[in-house]
Design a protein around this ligand. Structure first.
Ligand SMILES: NC(=O)CCC(=O)C(=O)O
Length: 267
């Protein structure tokens, strides 16, 4: 199974429309050139994850222009496409940070509304509503577990995805450069503790004055980094062996030693 992560540079000066057109072509080009079956894009690549004012002004209904463009790119290229996330405006009003996954025939396979919102008392945390449902996608080769950026800090979400059958976590992100080491650490930690592949696709460049971490990374179920990007726009292509998940779990069966239902501490 071959996967390509497209680390998009979200620099100022490029409009949402032109970036959408550029990225649609890029998905087709990369899929064809690299021969990938799965292509992954980052979080909020239309606006940038820190351009807070653009969340409302560029919000789209689920089946809006980005959905249309990405469904078409997936079917033109004949690939599974994790199209990163969009600022979604629900018909009832709230905004969500919603990831979209399309099958090779351009059908929506999953829409995942980010559960943990970043920003504490500002930005996404106050402007967007929280999702409440885990999402997995059964592809031709494996089961993807979906999470978005700040979710990486919450291991219980990923355990939930493992319990739902995930063998490969796909994590689109817009992570800032100043916490790059956290990003690299969490990507490896989630792979090691859950014995899965992690495909973490971030943004490059600078937007809203925030230099992006870049460093998209692919980690195998033993915690080895298979590929890691630099700071700018870049494509990472890796060959993955989904059977390695079961092999790793058999050789080192730590997940079987989980102690569920631990008693509450005595008071
Ligand atoms: N877009 C995000 O979720 C940013 C997360 C982040 O900066 C962090 O966890 O640190």
């Amino acid at each position: 199974m071959r996967a390509s992560l497209i680390q998009i540079a979200v620099d100022e000066g490029e409009s949402v429309n032109s970036r959408r057109t550029r990225v649609s072509s890029l998905v087709r080009e990369v899929a064809e050139r690299e021969g990938s079956g799965l292509v992954v894009l980052p979080e909020l690549w239309t606006t940038g994850a820190f351009a807070y004012e653009a969340f409302a002004s560029e919000a789209e209904p689920l089946e809006g222009p980005t959905y249309e463009a990405m469904a078409k790119a997936a079917s033109d290229a004949g690939v599974w496409l994790h199209a990163g996330s969009i600022p979604e405006r629900d018909p009832d009003g709230p905004l969500y940070n919603t990831s979209l996954v399309f099958s090779p025939d351009g059908q929506l396979a999953a829409a995942y509304r980010k559960i943990h919102r970043f920003g504490f008392d500002q930005g996404e945390a106050v402007m967007m509503a929280a999702g409440s449902e885990l999402a997995t996608v059964r592809t031709t080769d494996t089961t993807l577990g979906l999470a978005t950026c700040y979710d990486l800090r919450f291991p219980e979400l990923f355990r939930g995805l493992v319990d739902a059958g995930a063998e490969m976590f796909v994590v689109p992100a817009g992570w800032p450069a100043r916490r790059r080491e956290h990003w690299r650490l969490f990507a490896r930690a989630r792979a090691v503790e859950d014995q899965v592949y992690v495909l973490a696709c971030g943004t490059g460049g600078t937007h809203a004055g925030v230099p992006q971490a870049g460093h998209s990374v692919v980690v195998d179920p033993w915690g080895e980094v298979l590929a890691e990007a630099g700071d700018g726009e870049e494509v990472l292509t890796v060959d993955l062996d989904p059977a390695k998940v079961a092999e790793t779990r058999e050789q080192f069966p730590a997940l079987k030693d989980r102690l569920l239902g631990l008693a509450a501490p005595r008071r």
